[in-house]
Design a protein around this ligand. Structure first.
Ligand SMILES: NC(=O)C1=CN([C@@H]2O[C@H](COP(=O)(O)OP(=O)(O)OC[C@H]3O[C@@H](n4cnc5c(N)ncnc54)[C@H](OP(=O)(O)O)[C@@H]3O)[C@@H](O)[C@H]2O)C=CC1
Ligand SMILES: CC(=O)N[C@@H](CCC(=O)OP(=O)(O)O)C(=O)O
Length: 345
């Protein structure tokens, strides 16, 4: 297993910081370049506690070379920026590009104006991009040149829904989901709406029915389970720093039992290093935060004729940087846990 050089673009963002932390300690990847305009010239060690060689790396302005000579390039940048950079990095011969934004997640280019607000500049790459959720399709990742890392809500929700629909214990139609997210999910936004005074001691729903992860969740569940009807999704901002907890309400199949539900989840995740099945009232953000883990559980509510699934992740680890490293490992043939097993959980 020889070592590959790795670069992070968008290294000053919340996901970029997590990537820097993880790659600096990765056993097979060597972090060789970190890009940030706002921290240009500063040493990484002055921002983060890092081991020797990574601590002395200086942040580079994005204009300087765009990580052209790194084997693996991670993009933790806004979607429009990634959509523009990815084709250039691939054309320059990067061995693997892992994009953490939504720029390459949807296979249909026509969906971009409606859900992301821009016309896709590289629609030909959407078919090539491999969706980086190993638990829902690691085969597709081996040898990938472009990995599109899933959204944080999409990871949390698709990991709960996919095995329940695929096994037939729940219908692919009539699914409704509420997702509660910590504020780091919004990135380093300077907008007043995310200031301490605005978010603390408050709970608020946003982008009801028009969140950009809706088509991604539908596409992922349909790809894995064979079908998925329109999902109603209600995101809610909660005043914690990191973590997502989602509750999904599904229609159970006639005659489905709690044992069938438990068996569907166990079959899907019994051998997974990062996904664990729990009783739904034992799924909690505090057990997954700062880890690459997802905890998932589901219970039949026979009185209401509903199947309720609960799942939780850390939005910056399994929802972003950790999953990106896991997918790099899968793409390059390294053990999926490499560089992630130092995290607790
Ligand atoms: N936060 C989360 O929980 C998750 C985020 N994502 C996605 O990952 C990507 C990074 O997210 P996050 O870490 O939250 O982002 P942040 O807002 O915290 O940081 C954005 C980063 O992108 C860089 N950047 C480069 N070009 C631009 C530009 N034109 N405008 C703004 N920033 C630019 C910034 O660097 P600098 O200004 O220093 O050059 C900064 O490092 C996004 O696409 C996001 O949607 C995905 C899953 C979860
Ligand atoms: C709390 C909060 O604002 N969360 C973000 C999380 C999604 C995200 O990071 O967006 P991408 O699809 O670009 O990855 C949001 O709802 O947009």
């Amino acid at each position: 297993m020889h070592s590959h050089s790795a670069a992070v673009i968008g290294a000053s963002g919340y996901s970029g910081l997590e990537l820097t932390r993880l790659l600096a300690r990765h056993p097979h990847a060597r972090l060789t370049a970190i890009y940030s305009d706002r921290w240009s010239g500063e040493r990484a060690g002055a921002r983060l506690p890092l081991p020797g060689p990574a601590a002395s790396l200086a942040y580079l302005p994005l204009a300087e070379g765009e990580a052209a000579d790194a084997d693996v390039v991670f993009l933790a940048t806004p979607a429009e920026v990634s959509a523009d950079l990815v084709p250039r990095l691939l054309a320059r011969g990067a061995k693997l590009v892992v994009d953490l934004s939504g720029a390459f997640r949807l296979t249909d280019p026509a969906a971009y104006p409606a859900w992301y607000g821009f016309t896709h500049p590289a629609p030909e790459l959407l078919a090539e991009a491999r969706y980086g959720c190993p638990e829902l399709g690691r085969e597709a990742l081996a040898g990938a040149r472009l990995v599109t890392n899933p959204g944080c809500y999409a990871t949390t929700i698709a990991l709960a829904l996919a095995p329940l629909v695929r096994s037939g214990v729940a219908s692919p139609d009539g699914i409704a989901v509420t997702g509660l997210s910590g504020v780091s999910g919004a990135g380093r936004k300077s907008s007043e709406d995310y200031s301490f005074v605005e978010v603390s001691d408050d709970l608020r729903a946003y982008r009801l029915g028009r969140h950009q992860h809706v088509p991604e969740i539908e596409q992922t569940v349909a790809r894995h389970a064979g079908a998925c009807g329109p999902i109603s999704f209600s995101p809610v901002l909660v005043p914690i720093r990191r973590g997502i907890l989602a509750t999904a309400v599904l229609r159970p199949a006639p005659g489905a039992t709690q044992a069938d539900v438990a068996a569907a989840l166990e079959r899907a995740y019994g051998d997974e290093p990062f996904v664990s099945v729990r009783a739904p009232d034992k799924v909690a953000v505090k057990d997954v935060v700062h880890t690459n883990r997802c905890h998932v559980g589901a219970a039949l509510d026979a009185r209401a004729g509903a199947l309720v699934a609960v799942s939780a992740i850390d939005n910056l680890v399994k929802g972003a940087a950790g999953q990106a490293v896991q997918s790099m490992n899968a793409a390059l043939g390294w053990p999926e846990t490499a560089g992630l097993d130092l995290l607790g959980g």
